[in-house]
Write a new protein. Structure first.
Length: 151
């Protein structure tokens, strides 16, 4: 039982890395190219929330497919698993979005600038807040999916 939990947690972590990359890149693309959030400027609530929603929907799709088939090897009805998965997603996603919005508005997290290959790059505070929210979401989501969706 303990080794199955550890194996599932490692697989969930691998899927999580894939999903995190998909989500993070989608959020960055939305913030950077769609909403034009660059450098020292503040991101609007609309830019933060829409970018977050798009990123998480893309991550949600890959997460369901990979976790259902590989991590938890579910043989149950696909529709029933998906309905539970969406419910768990919402239970985890809503507090995550609230956390991101609060951090973005009140935490005063500074932008991080660095030089790479002769160019200066900036990771905006809005994006850092998104990354913090992703860590919170990932832990909560694993526990809910492990003990409810795919048990």
């Amino acid at each position: 039982m303990k080794s199955k939990f550890i194996t599932q947690f490692i697989k969930y972590g691998i899927v999580g890395v894939i999903n995190t990359l998909i989500t993070a890149v989608a959020i960055w693309l939305m913030l950077h190219f769609v909403f034009n959030v660059k450098g020292e400027e503040e991101a609007s609530s609309v830019a933060v929330s829409v970018s977050n929603i798009i990123g998480y929907v893309l991550g949600l799709i890959s997460s369901f497919v990979l976790n259902r088939s590989w991590t938890f090897n579910s043989q149950k009805n696909w529709t029933a698993d998906f309905v539970k998965f969406i419910g768990v997603f919402l239970i985890c996603y809503i507090p995550q979005l609230f956390l991101v919005m609060l951090l973005n508005k009140y935490a005063g997290i500074p932008n991080v600038s660095f030089d790479l290959l002769g160019a200066t790059h900036t990771i905006t505070s809005a994006y850092i807040c998104q990354l913090i929210g992703m860590v919170f979401y990932t832990i909560l989501n694993f526990l809910c999916n492990k003990y409810y969706t795919f048990r």
